[in-house]
Design a protein around this ligand. Structure first.
Ligand SMILES: [Fe+2]
Length: 356
């Protein structure tokens, strides 16, 4: 038994016939953790069915073996997402965990090299493929909305930008046509490939932050002039890191341009209007939406509705005062976005069952 204790995991994460390299426990009625499956042992379908029929709604993992569990999740993610046993919320949570780890690994391994490591790129591509399979499932969007309002963590943020971007683009063929001319005439496989490339861009849009010191990334107050200059380099750093990868130019452009503002004043080049690419303009919206609706140590999350109101430039509610705290900081935010795309994104959000 570990010093630290145990953590619950959904039994649906365990794929029948697989050989988890970690021990699995159940909690007895006396409150003791009892070994249910030893590491490296095959977990049979019957064993899992018996568990499902019992009172145990969750199984437990030794915290010391969490890393092995995460490796297992990543290896089996495709099967887990297709498995009927976990709820959609559980799938979304497991998915978030895997994708956050994949991005974290991509950033960490790329740091020393100054470029995206080939193996990390392989993991990223495989993960995005799973993301697309997941969002093709009917209940997946509802499950993903359950992640709105969570803490803002860099890698989870990247995962959420991936989901929103691919789910939004999948529903908006004319936008995809702008990103990848000819998309409308593509067959199912080619469409999937295009969406996958957009997903990789969404997941890695901030990879250049690997070179921004943690003190700047995590600073709660406003950045000083020098810190701001360092921060503003992250799109260019991201491009440099991905230049040698096999990503198509529209993905590289999106990484470079995701902080350009539609009405000017963005960085790194100060492009205006349609001068920045369509995918970059989509990322500008979704990146901002997720940042606003996430919880940070110094601010509560804004509801999706409120975030939308701020993004389109609506004044705070005079009666309730809601939104007043954000008014100053967010003033003028509407100049950042392509109104046409923002309108489409709002319609897309309207089609999801949003909480709050
Ligand atoms: Fe960024």
């Amino acid at each position: 038994m570990s010093e630290q204790g145990y953590t619950p995991i959904p039994p649906g994460a365990i794929i029948p016939g697989s050989l988890p390299k970690f021990k699995i426990y159940i909690l007895s009625e006396q409150g003791r953790y009892v070994l249910w499956a030893a590491e490296g042992n095959r977990v049979s379908e019957e064993q899992l069915a018996k568990l499902a029929a019992s009172r145990h709604k969750e199984v437990f993992l030794d915290l010391d073996e969490e890393l092995r569990y995460e490796e297992y999740l990543e290896t089996h993610l495709g099967n887990i997402l297709e498995n009927q046993a976990p709820s959609d919320e559980q799938k979304a949570a497991m998915f978030s965990r895997v994708s956050a780890n994949v991005v974290k690994n991509a950033v960490e391994t790329s740091l020393g090299l100054g470029a995206m490591d080939e193996k990390a790129m392989g993991r990223t591509q495989a993960m995005v493929k799973n993301a697309l399979i997941f969002i093709a499932q009917s209940k997946s969007l509802e499950a993903l909305t359950a992640m709105i309002g969570h803490d803002y963590k860099t890698y989870e943020h990247a995962a959420k930008v991936l989901w929103f971007t691919t789910a939004f683009l999948k529903e908006n063929t004319p936008v995809m046509e702008q990103i990848q001319p000819g998309y409308q005439a593509f067959d199912a496989y080619q469409r999937m490939e295009s969406l996958r490339q957009c997903g990789v861009g969404a997941l890695l849009h901030d990879i250049g932050k690997a070179f921004v010191p943690q003190e700047i990334l995590n600073k709660e107050g406003p950045l000083n002039a020098i810190e701001w200059e360092v921060m503003k380099r992250h799109p260019l750093n991201g491009l440099a890191m991905l230049l040698d990868s096999a990503l198509p130019p529209f993905v590289l452009k999106a990484v470079l341009q995701h902080h350009e503002d539609f009405h000017g004043g963005g960085y790194p080049m100060g492009l205006e209007g349609l001068a920045s690419s369509t995918l970059a303009r989509v990322l500008r919206i979704i990146d901002c939406f997720d940042a606003m609706t996430s919880r940070r140590p110094y601010k509560d999350p804004v509801s999706p509705l409120k975030a939308m109101q701020i993004m389109v430039g609506m004044p705070p509610d005079k009666k309730t005062g809601e939104g007043r705290a954000y008014e100053e900081r967010d003033k003028g935010m509407r100049h950042c976005f392509d109104e046409d795309l923002l309108g489409k994104f709002i319609v897309f959000l309207g089609s999801m069952k949003l909480h709050g």
